[in-house]
Design a protein. Sequence first.
Length: 184
Amino acid sequence: MIRRENHRSRAGASVLTAVMLILVTLYLATEVVLHLLGQRALLASPAQLTEGLTRLPQQVAPTVLLASGLAAALLGLVLLGLGLGSGRRARRALFSERAAVVIDDSVITSALTRSAGRLAGLPTAQVLTQVHRGRVKVAVRPSSGTAIDDDLLRAGLAAELRSWGLRQELRLSVSIDSKGAVGI
């Protein structure tokens, strides 16, 4: 359940691709069977199809061939990207004995921003938090003339992260801007 919630489904692209290939295969198979039975072709007999494909470069403008080739290559790249891409969503799993619990990365950033602001005695507008690929980056911009205890802030945020019971531990990095915010 957790894997299903943390990864995008590739079913839509897979089904669409399979349906398109099945339809083309069924059409070609129907034309071959009709040809073997001596019946009239639906659109073109297998001989007409192969002849049309061999004459295609002479009958169609090179720019049209190039554009269709690029479109086919682009479609192939999109399908390859969908197939090989991670499909990972911005979500994290929590330990739970009773249920599969998944939280969005935006929940983590919001909670850590609030905690960092509380620990540093600053409004949340002066804290920027990002979660990406197993890392949490917290950037604090203190008000001018305000000193922030770096160790206290790191320890507090690390304790906050540990208290949630994330299945995959996030690496925490905290940076405090040397230039203070004026007028906040």
